[in-house]
Ligand binder design. Sequence first.
Ligand SMILES: [Ca+2]
Length: 198
Amino acid sequence: MNVRTLAGWLCLLAGCTVWMLSGCTDESGSKPEEKAAMVPVALPLESGTPPVLLTDGLTNLALRATVVVSSTATNYPGEGPAQNLVDGDLTSRWSSLYQAPQNIMVDFGKPVTVRAVRLHWEAASATSYAIAAATETTWKPVHSYFKSEDKPQPRVDTVSFREDVVTSRLKFELQRNVNPEWGFSLYEIEILGPTPVP
Ligand SMILES: [Ca+2]
């Protein structure tokens, strides 16, 4: 225990009134009333609200790219085709047939640099999925997600890659759905990277 920590404990023992009168400080060097004024207010995000994008200045490489999916369901209102995954509209969505697994492949048409991915799930989300990048001969895993249990509600997954992923195609292997009677549904896939050189 260092001197400051010891001083803090002595302050606590002496009581808040004595603390304020004497001007004791905690380990941060702030008086109690100063520290209280600096505590940020945590506002819970609404379900499905996109988080603040930490990758400002990047381009959504998936926007209007070629998308190939393993299946599509259009039986219920709101369900739509694969193009809804990359139309830039967070209200239009793709839905698979009502079974797992399924997959989505985004083809950029040429090698691009990918730094992050955001997946905008409808309630029919995946509790397990993997992302793979195409190499010349095979697929290289670049990210995996697994939760033993997820709530059947919209969510946004943001994946930031530790190293740039250079690839012409990205594949999303949707392995297990949140409800076995559902398939998978996403409002949008954003694949973020530097703007490609023409
Ligand atoms: Ca959309």
